[in-house]
Write a protein that binds this ligand. Structure first.
Ligand code: GLP
Length: 249
């Protein structure tokens, strides 16, 4: 695990976009794991601008998103499908059939989870997984208490997560109570992980990730066992934290 300190959220987004474009340009066939939420929006904006300016092609890229709300249609502006199209896919040349997001409206959700895992495996696994961090330590929608060996599955969202995401909806009552998410084991299988942590509200979670116990009560702690994790964190997220010197490289 290593940490790249960024001066600001903009700087964090530039660093993340650079890591992603380097991977895209230097790999013949690449499978990216995508995240949603507030943190990666600027990274996606920079990728969209880069496509406009430099025509960095995504024709050889496939993507798998971490998660999706249950009961929300793709066309709904709060679906993660909609988020990905509006924030990135519509601006770049990725063939839409190469983009994968679990369906939160599938009739058989258990089957949808199995199919999703199989599709990832059929693509040879994820080369680079982008991640955000929930303030309660969740990654994807793997809430505290999720066993480390879980694959893609259906989850009940905690009150804290629904409250944190209510800002995207017209109030908490509209936030779905369930989601489908890649599991901790699915995430840990990625060859490389890029975790973005921005803002003071994530500072405590980052501290726990770096200095706390590796335990399912704080799902992101498992990342310390992954052989290739880069964390890009901005000043507000790291200023009060004791960063183990070996992580700064
Ligand atoms: C959300 C998403 C995660 C995201 C995290 C942090 O609930 N399911 O994939 O990484 O919480 O979100 P944000 O970046 O908006 O703080």
């Amino acid at each position: 695990m290593k940490i790249i300190p960024a001066e600001s959220y903009s700087n964090l987004s530039e660093i993340a976009a650079l890591i992603l474009t380097e991977k895209i340009k230097n790999t013949n066939k690449v499978v990216l794991g995508m995240a949603t939420g507030g943190t990666p929006t600027k990274t996606y904006q920079i990728l969209a601008d880069d496509y406009k300016r430099n025509k960095t092609s995504y024709r050889h890229v496939s993507t798998f998103n971490l998660d999706e709300y249950i009961g929300i249609d793709q066309a709904d502006r709060n679906s993660y499908y909609y988020y990905m199209v509006e924030n990135l896919f519509k601006y770049i040349d990725i063939p839409r059939e190469q983009t994968h997001i679990p369906s939160g409206t599938a009739e058989n959700l258990e089957q949808e989870c199995k199919n999703y895992e199989q599709k990832i495996a059929a693509h040879g696994g994820i080369d680079l997984q982008l991640l955000g961090l929930g303030s309660n330590g969740h990654i994807g929608f793997n809430e505290p208490g999720t066993a480390f060996d879980t694959l893609t599955h259906v989850v009940d969202l905690t009150k804290a997560t629904r409250e944190a995401n209510a800002r995207f909806f017209n109030g908490i009552d509209e936030v779905p109570t369930q989601a489908i998410t890649m599991g901790i084991a699915s995430i840990m299988k990625s060859k490389e992980i890029l975790l973005l942590v921005a803002g003071e509200s994530k500072s405590k979670a980052l501290d726990q990730l770096l200095n706390g116990k590796i335990d399912p009560s704080f799902p992101a702690s498992i990342l310390r066992n992954h052989p290739n994790v880069t964390i890009v964190a901005d000043q507000s997220a790291i200023k009060h934290i004791n960063i183990p010197a070996e992580l700064l490289g």
